[in-house]
Design a protein around this ligand. Structure first.
Ligand code: CUA
Length: 398
């Protein structure tokens, strides 16, 4: 039986497939994996997962082994002999009640302990971040520092960060797979989640996601977390508190100057830069040169951008429906992590955000563009040169 060629072939295939799977798992780094936690919270969850996996595997192997043993040992050996029939075994029944009960204790005790640990109040010295879920983007506020940003946060390593979670519309869920667990944003209810990243965590960018289905662009509701050393965090906060470093008469900050405040664009890992392709049929002449000054005038012009967006330091731009754009030029992505933040994508975003992101609240602004939500062409609207000017302005808001 064991020696049959078919079984041997099957066994060889099984071993090869397992090896391929194991090697495949080692082949590259997975940026959105929960198996390499970088915080106390992440490790607590990882410990539970490992224990459950270990105990579950042991139970599986034991049960399958006993099952195979019984099937082969007590099988009917010939047609005219009935195998011995048994019924009831008190020792066995006591054993299969006590052993699972003991295993459950080893699961329940650490689980309950972890629940209390992860639901506890944050330490008093934690960095406070208020999170507001919107369809479909994230608003972040640092109330202690009077900083408001969108879809991108900086957190200091080795220090507790306490997130206060609220939603402006439907349910969302806040998740940074490599850094912590996830927690829901619930209407008319405030949730909290807090964790401390390891002080050895490298200065880099992590992906964050909405993990509660929340409508058409649920999958396009992402954010970025930048972990930095405490002194870099302090300078980032200082930079965020200042109005956007833009002045028509002064040159924009050089990348080297900017690197003192924000994470250098060149160092952003590839997995954190969105690769979403531009939807078919949405064209723009990338050769157009935008003018920052004209762009600012258009931005604050009645009914254009300032009705929804705030730019700190620009009196006429104080809208609160959309993301705060004070330092939008230095962010990694636009559209809540959907597109890379560069002139190429920003121009098409302004031209027709509703084509770029299904269900987007941001109006279709390009002249003659078809608005998929109203089902009609935009009356009036901005021509490509005007869009290029606004793009130049936004890109200058570092
Ligand atoms: Cu927000 Cu899904």
């Amino acid at each position: 039986m064991i020696g049959s060629p078919r079984l041997r072939r099957l066994a060889t295939f099984g071993v090869a497939a397992t090896l391929a799977l194991v090697l495949g798992a080692c082949a590259r780094e997975y940026p959105n994996s929960t198996f390499t936690p970088h915080s106390d919270y992440g490790r607590a969850i990882d410990f539970l997962w490992n224990r459950l996996l270990f105990l579950g595997t042991m139970v599986f192997i034991f049960v399958e082994a006993v099952l195979l043993f019984v099937v082969f040992k007590y099988r009917r050996r010939s047609d005219d002999i009935v195998p011995p029939q048994t019924h009831g075994n008190t020792t066995l029944e006591i054993a299969w009640t006590l052993i699972p009960a003991a295993i459950l204790v080893f699961i329940a005790v650490p689980t309950v302990r972890t629940i209390f640990q992860t639901q506890a109040k944050a330490p008093a010295n934690a960095v406070q971040i208020e999170v507001y879920g919107h369809q479909w983007w994230w608003e972040f506020r640092y109330p202690e520092y009077n900083v408001v940003t969108a879809n991108e946060i900086y957190i200091p390593t080795g220090r507790a960060v306490n997130f206060t979670l609220r939603t402006k519309d439907v349910l969302h869920s806040f998740w940074m797979p490599e850094l912590s667990g996830k927690r829901d944003l619930i209407s008319n209810h405030t949730n909290y989640i807090w964790f401390t990243t390891d002080s050895t965590t490298k200065t880099t960018v992590w992906n964050g996601f909405c993990t509660e289905y929340c409508g058409a662009s649920h999958a396009n509701m992402r954010f970025r977390v930048v972990t930095v050393k405490p002194d870099q965090f302090a300078s980032w906060i200082q930079h965020q508190q200042a109005p956007a470093a833009f002045n028509t008469s002064a040159p924009a900050a050089t990348p080297a100057q900017l690197a003192n405040y924000v994470y250098p664009r060149a160092d952003v890992p590839a997995y954190a830069v969105p690769q979403t392709p531009i939807p078919n049929g949405l064209t723009f002449d990338d050769r157009l040169q935008g003018d920052v000054g004209r762009g600012e005038k258009l931005f604050v012009g009645a009914g254009t951008c300032n009705g929804c967006h705030t730019v700190n330091g620009v009196a006429l731009a104080a809208g609160i429906i959309g993301p705060n754009l004070t330092h939008v030029g230095s962010r990694i992505a636009i559209g809540a992590g959907l597109y890379a933040n560069d002139s190429h994508h920003l121009a098409r975003w302004i031209k027709n955000a509703r084509v770029m992101k299904p269900g987007s609240l941001m109006s279709t602004l390009g002249k003659g563009q078809f608005d998929p939500q109203t089902g009609a062409k935009v009356p009036g609207g901005l021509d490509d040169q005007q869009i290029a000017d606004i793009v130049a302005y936004l890109q200058a808001l570092k």
